[in-house]
Write a protein that binds this ligand. Structure first.
Ligand code: IMP
Ligand code: MG
Length: 175
């Protein structure tokens, strides 16, 4: 097992999830459809919708949009592909897209445009981590967990070559 430096511990994440859920409940997004971008956001999305319930939020529906831009490496290929689409009609709905990281912006720009083209009433975006790097596509975030340093992170749903998704914290592999 490589040496992993913890960036955001399980406890850091738990605390932030609670306040993030409070922000989302306060926004009173009715008729909400939550769209989790796979694979990276599965753990964050699951914990976040539970936190929203614990904070007294209204029930939301859940969808999964399986997108791909990284082909197993650490660099974006620049194109985003739908590997598996959602099957719910988003027309007239408040959509909350959940993803793990905003980096170049390509993935979230693609997902947001897709929901808008399908006539969602409004599209909101929530990410666990925002990497402050130059964007290829501008993306406005409604809710952000943490600012993340410009390093390749793993854990809490995020992988490096299919490893580390199951870690309960966000970390950086050190050699
Ligand atoms: P973007 O399209 O460049 O904004 O990249 C966003 C996607 O790339 C995210 O959904 C992640 O799945 C993936 N990604 C970006 N940075 C990292 C990282 O540091 N670790 C793991 N995945 C990452
Ligand atoms: Mg992703």
């Amino acid at each position: 097992m490589e040496n992993i430096e913890v960036l955001f511990s399980a406890e850091d994440i738990e605390i932030r999830l609670k306040s993030l859920a409070q922000e989302i409940v306060a926004a009173k997004l009715d008729n909400l459809l939550v769209v989790s971008i796979l694979k990276g956001s599965f753990m964050f999305a699951a914990d976040l919708i539970r936190a929203i319930q614990l904070e007294g939020g209204a029930s939301s529906e859940m969808e999964f949009l399986f997108l791909s831009s990284y082909k197993g490496g650490t660099r974006s290929t620049g194109t985003v592909e739908i590997l598996r689409d959602i099957d719910t009609d988003v027309k007239g709905r408040n959509v909350l897209i959940i993803d793990d990281i905003l980096e170049s912006g390509r993935t979230l720009h693609f997902a947001k445009t897709l929901m808008e083209e399908r006539k969602a009433e409004a599209v909101h975006i929530c990410v666990l981590l925002d990497k402050p790097v130059p964007r290829a596509k501008e993306v406005a975030l409604s809710f952000t967990g943490f600012e993340c340093p410009d390093v390749f992170v793993i854990g809490y749903g995020m992988d490096y070559a299919h490893k580390y998704r199951d870690l309960p914290y966000v970390g950086v592999v050190k050699g």
